[in-house]
Design a protein around this ligand. Structure first.
Ligand code: SF4
Ligand code: MG
Length: 295
């Protein structure tokens, strides 16, 4: 992990990430826990708010964008990954975290997720997986449990639930973790390891949404989530099996990590031997003449 040079001589604190804006999440929302764990992870890694970029998609989680201090971006629905990846490639010295919901990430944004894994972009992707579109008042997402009644589908959703973890593993990821919004210490550990990963780090955070998700509640997740013990996270097949088999319990923790595969930037022949950052190489061009010929 590299971070911009710090000459302040001070260590970051949780207060550095505090915002004056009041949180508007519902009581008991898992976003509170995730918000806390993200700040803790950054502080424990000694990353100041000005040393990282936090990119948010649209959704309840996206409201975190003005509830935390630092450099932040709040983009269009399903489009957070391309922005985060582009920013990271321009500033390889800066950790970039992208946040997305299950609705956007597994519907209109799913193409970006596929190509982020395929490209092994060196960013962290935190999936706020609450099993529905919470911001628009509880419609079914691709990850909502089949048959469950949701707003706009009062007879139960007819579509099959997308097997998200099997899908992710089918794309040959280099980092997959799963954690739960009620376990702040575990989320903190997982996010720290994800930030240190060489390529694309996919972190599935099972998030309680007490207002609309009645099938995977905080209590359900508390009773079913089990941190993996003595697990060899380099064992792809075992990790995939742990990820998809949730019949008895839900395996959490870092399930898979492969540090041998170069990330997208490292594969760019045009960057070989270059010490400068892409952002330093941006050159202003006077396009006045060109524009003049067009009018
Ligand atoms: Fe949280 Fe659900 Fe309320 Fe959104 S609708 S703020 S996800 S509890
Ligand atoms: Mg959601």
């Amino acid at each position: 992990m590299s971070i911009p040079l710090d000459t302040t001589g001070s260590l970051p604190t949780m207060q550095d990430y505090a915002s004056e804006n009041a949180c508007t999440w519902c009581d008991g929302c898992g976003d509170y826990g995730i918000w806390t764990a993200v700040k803790r992870a950054l502080v424990e890694l000694q990353i100041h708010p000005w040393q990282t970029l936090l990119c948010f998609d649209v959704g309840c989680h996206g409201n975190m964008s003005d509830k935390i201090d630092g450099y932040r971006f709040h983009g269009l629905h399903g489009r957070v990954i391309p922005f985060a990846a582009g920013a990271k490639l321009a500033r390889m010295d800066m950790p970039v975290l992208a946040f997305g919901g299950d609705g956007a990430s597994f519907s209109e944004g799913v193409g970006h997720l596929v190509h982020a894994i395929r490209s092994n972009y060196p960013i962290v992707f935190l999936l706020h997986n609450n099993g529905n579109y919470g911001l628009t008042t509880g419609q079914a997402s691709a990850l909502t449990k089949q048959g469950v009644r949701m707003n706009a589908s009062p007879n139960g959703i007819p579509e099959a639930t997308l097997p998200s973890m099997d899908f992710i593993f089918s794309l040959q990821p280099t980092f997959v973790a799963r954690t739960f919004s009620g376990d702040i210490p575990q989320m903190t550990r997982v996010i720290k390891q994800a930030i240190g990963h060489r390529g694309f780090a996919f972190v599935d955070i099972l998030q309680a949404c007490p207002t609309y998700n009645k099938f995977a509640t905080h209590e359900y997740l508390l009773a079913h989530c089990r941190e993996v013990k003595n697990h060899d996270s380099s064992d792809f097949n075992r990790a995939r099996q742990l990820a998809i088999d949730t019949s008895d319990s839900i395996a959490t923790g870092v399930l898979y990590q492969n540090v041998t595969i170069p990330n997208f930037y490292e594969r760019l022949r045009s960057r070989e031997g270059r010490e400068t950052r892409l952002v330093d190489e941006v050159t202003p061009y006077d396009i006045g003449g060109l524009m003049g010929r067009l009018v």
